[in-house]
Write a protein that binds this ligand. Structure first.
Ligand code: ATP
Ligand code: MG
Length: 390
């Protein structure tokens, strides 16, 4: 199964591009599912078909699904939900608020992960295309094992293991067997980590950045690219959507189009060597299969979008004489950046970039080496290790 994830700032055309790609891969004969994880769904509108929280057949080989976190919770995490409700009620939170709170932050994304896990295990589809919520949430989705700790420490006054300890109390007061709920919570976290692994495997997953030739959009895409690479996710291309055609100098859009041209160049330079697809503005809103086909032809005129479009690992280890160099792709981070902190703690290399942090477990053999220094070289963080005692 291949997973394609389209991400980008709000309104750039993620849903349109995801749906168009799905129409194309389905026509190529791949059994395709396009799935929307954005709670403000618009996939139904793009495809002009009413979708459900389970896959709906749209046409041959093409299925669509719009996630509903409450539906997913009821289906998969009934006990967990009861447990959360019980815990909140025990704290004096009233039922309606507790219902709301039981859909924890990041749950939407987490439920998407569960569906992906299911489809992967069942080999249900050849291609699963994810139409995601705007950039911020996608990053949450992909860094969720850390978010899970956040849930546990912030959303509950108890720590993870303490939840078990309060189990008998909750059971005494409410009669709800909390252990089952706890098991579901634990299983959920395990699955999240499993899917995260799937999605960092370039043979399985490709992440694609959708942009418009506009300043703020490009800025956000750059930030997303940096963080996605830092967490080891395979970003394989950029889609520039809604490019305006040339217009006369007296057109009201003349200035806008001139600036688009400049930004097209900026995008090419910034994201090189990633392949870049360009899609022009169609001059009308895009909905329905026919217009999506037009978009797909512009996007992928003669390539198979289900395949990886570019493959360079964002993480490399290179032997260099008596040293080892550990290279991590951090595009757009500059030498001397105050946002970047690199520290070595035991077997772990800790990279802090802005408010994001990643802990790398370095290979065992590096325990005979110590971290010497680090530099930034053309968008790569290079960490030097030298042999201990040398
Ligand atoms: N190439 C295009 N030409 C013309 N209109 C387009 C094009 N691409 C997208 N649109 C239109 O732009 C609007 C926003 O597109 P879309 O819903 O795909 O963006 P999105 O990134 O998914 O938004 P959101 O962040 O809200 O989910 C829609 O009305 C869509 O029809
Ligand atoms: Mg959308």
């Amino acid at each position: 199964m291949r997973i394609l994830l389209y991400t980008g700032k709000g309104g750039v055309g993620k849903t349109t591009i995801a749906a168009a790609t799905a129409v194309k891969t389905a026509e190529m004969g791949y059994k395709t599912l396009v799935i929307s994880t954005d709670p403000a769904h618009s996939l139904s509108d793009a495809l002009d078909v009413k979708l459900q929280p389970e896959p709906t057949l749209i046409q041959e080989n093409l299925y669509g699904q719009e996630l509903d976190v409450y539906y997913s919770m009821k289906k998969y995490w009934g006990q967990m939900r009861e447990m959360l409700l019980a815990i909140f009620k025990l704290q004096g939170v009233n039922r309606v608020v507790a219902e709301e709170m039981s859909a924890l932050p990041g749950m939407e994304e987490a439920s998407a992960f569960l569906w992906i896990d299911k489809y992967y295990e069942e080999k249900a589809f050849d291609v699963v295309i994810i139409d995601s919520a705007p950039t911020g949430e996608t990053l949450t989705l992909l860094t969720i094992p850390q978010v899970s700790q956040w849930w546990l420490s912030k959303a509950f006054p108890f720590q993870k293991y303490a939840i078990k300890a309060v189990g008998s109390m909750v059971r005494g007061v409410t009669g709800i067997p909390i252990d089952k709920g706890y098991e579901e919570l634990d299983e959920l976290f395990n699955k999240l980590q499993k899917v995260q692994k799937l999605m960092s495997n370039p043979e399985i997953c490709s992440i694609r950045l959708v942009v418009n030739p506009e300043r703020m959009v490009i800025k956000e895409a750059k930030r997303a690219y940096t963080y996605l690479q830092m967490y080891g996710y395979p970003v394989d291309s950029v889609v520039i959507n809604r490019i305006f055609p040339e217009m006369d100098a007296d057109s009201v859009f003349h200035k806008y189009i001139q600036s688009q041209k400049k930004y097209l160049q900026t995008i090419e330079e910034s994201f090189d060597p990633l392949p870049i697809a360009q899609v022009k503005h169609l001059g009308e809103e895009v909905f329905g299969i026919d217009l999506l086909k037009t978009i797909a032809t512009l996007l992928y005129p003669d390539s198979d979008p289900s395949k990886p479009l570019y493959n360079e690992s964002p993480f490399q280890i290179i032997e260099n004489g008596s040293r080892y160099l550990l290279k991590i792709h951090l595009p757009f981070v500059e030498e001397g950046s105050e946002d970047l902190r690199v520290t070595s703690v035991g077997q772990e290399l800790v990279i802090q970039l802005g408010n994001q942090r990643r802990n790398f477990f370095v290979p065992n053999f590096l325990s005979f080496y110590t971290m010497e220094k680090h530099t930034i070289n053309e968008g790569w963080l290079v960490v030097f290790y030298k042999k201990k005692g040398v």
